[in-house]
Design a protein around this ligand. Structure first.
Ligand code: AMP
Ligand code: ZN
Length: 139
């Protein structure tokens, strides 16, 4: 499969790896939004969270926690924005799941996750809840 992040996982393409174990690799983003911007990937190809096998969820997100701690100790940011561009519509350009860990600094000019999109629904959240529960539990 011709996947950039699979190639980084297999060392076919170099990257600035800051953490690695049997299942995951964490490396510095080649185009960092802030100092220490890191992406964490499962080594096995999965396009997004829905494709990630259940037994890889825990190790992947444990690595997110571990790497966040590494960045905290090394760079002492004021906070983090941690997130996934999930699907092309949301801005995912590399179709291999990666979790962005973006250290935040005072004066970095960024916003919160709430600034990513503004498209509030016409329906109320009770209606939305019914839809979700009904679809997933039956009537
Ligand atoms: P996304 O838009 O969520 O798919 O993010 C893909 C990220 O991968 C971007 O932030 C890129 O800067 C980063 N990226 C692309 N190629 C490389 C690479 N060879 N090494 C490290 N990061 C990369
Ligand atoms: Zn891949």
């Amino acid at each position: 499969m011709d996947c950039l992040f699979c190639k980084i996982a297999s060392k076919e393409i170099p990257a600035e790896v800051i953490y690695e174990n049997g299942g995951v690799v964490a490396f510095l983003d080649i185009n960092p939004m802030t100092l220490g911007h890191t992406v964490i990937i499962p080594k096995n190809h999965a396009e997004n969270i829905l494709d990630l096998p259940d037994d890889e969820v825990e190790p992947t997100f444990l690595a997110v926690k571990l790497v966040t701690g590494m960045l905290m100790r090394a760079l002492n940011p004021k906070g983090f924005t941690i997130g996934v561009n999930h699907g092309r519509m949301s801005g995912q350009t590399v179709p291999h799941l990666h979790i962005h860990v973006i250290p935040r600094y005072s004066g970095d000019g960024g916003g919160s996750i709430h600034s990513v999109v503004k498209y509030p629904p016409k329906e109320g959240i009770k209606e939305t809840k019914e839809k979700i529960i009904k679809t997933n539990n039956g009537d």
